[in-house]
Design a protein around this ligand. Sequence first.
Ligand code: SAM
Length: 265
Amino acid sequence: MPDPPLIAGNGKDIFVLHSDAKVLLERLDPNSTTLIVTDPPWNTGQVRRGSAGLKYDDKHEYVAYKTLMIRLFEASFAALNERGMLALWLDWRWVHEAAVWGDGFFGGGDGRGVRVGEIIVHSELGNPGKSAWPLKHSTILLFAKNPDKVEFNYEGLPMVDRKAPKSGHGQKYATEGKRATSVLSATMSNTDPERVGYPDQKPSWVYRALIECYTKPGDLVVDPFMGSGTLGRAAKGTGRVVVLGDLSLDACKAASLSLELTENT
Ligand SMILES: C[S@@+](CC[C@H](N)C(=O)[O-])C[C@H]1O[C@@H](n2cnc3c(N)ncnc32)[C@H](O)[C@@H]1O
């Protein structure tokens, strides 16, 4: 199997590879990686389009999609170290099946890791329409290689407005804000300055929170379905080593550009 081509990087702590996700993960040293945070195709049945002609195909037959996900779980499990976490971002279409598939590899017991929770991400973006119940959330599944060894940094949780009733708690709680819990409100409008034109780009502050909560400087963090390279932007200045990959050359180019990396020619 050939090594995935390095499209861009700084030779030090960020690498952009043109690669299938499984191939990339299998090229990582076993037990090397502290966080794999990824937003694979959600199998929406559509061609997903961003601005400037950027697109990717998000139509997969059941067996092909299941195979993609099973390979992701298997290769992630091997690459993660003892503190390692897989954060997998999906939506209502496949998140429940994926949770069950993931449990086959992070299944609890026998040193096989465990699913330790989930984060619901809510967006107010767009007109939800009136013909059906509006679905405006997605889910990040959290799997630990060894839940006893995870070193969780509470300070990494984003601060949010305190919306609970003030009565009985005094002015202190009314003014201070609080740490986010399991529902994040993450609306990213089409004109958000963070947008780079790639379809289904995610807000980098959510990735940053996962980096801060689960990793330390010097740790390896990986996104094998990087799209526009959001994980790279989120990790900037944190001292983490970042490996990014995507099957689409357009994604590699968009990520390299947005990360201000010179492409290998
Ligand atoms: C939902 S997008 C990721 C968007 C990204 N989170 C962002 O913020 O820009 C999913 C990506 O997976 C890529 N992809 C699809 N199949 C792949 C595979 N087998 N290996 C690697 N990347 C793949 C697509 O090209 C697409 O860029």
